[in-house]
Write a protein of this length. Structure first.
Length: 64
């Protein structure tokens, strides 16, 4: 029997990834709940070719 909470969380994490990838970020999903962050976002400066922004995201769902 699948774990519904885990599936709901994975869907949310992938949606967060999709939204930020469309906005030009590189994303990494840390699967398996082994870190305090679920998704890591990195944005490079197009002119400097250097990392200018890093964010660590923790995704939460609630039952509706």
């Amino acid at each position: 029997m699948p774990n519904r909470n885990y599936e709901r969380g994975v869907r949310l994490e992938r949606e967060v990834q999709r939204i930020f990838e469309e906005a030009g970020y590189k994303t990494i999903r840390t699967a398996g709940s082994h870190s305090p962050w679920d998704v890591i976002l990195v944005k490079e400066s197009p002119t400097l070719k250097k990392i200018c922004f890093v964010a660590f995201v923790q995704c939460k769902t609630k039952k509706e």
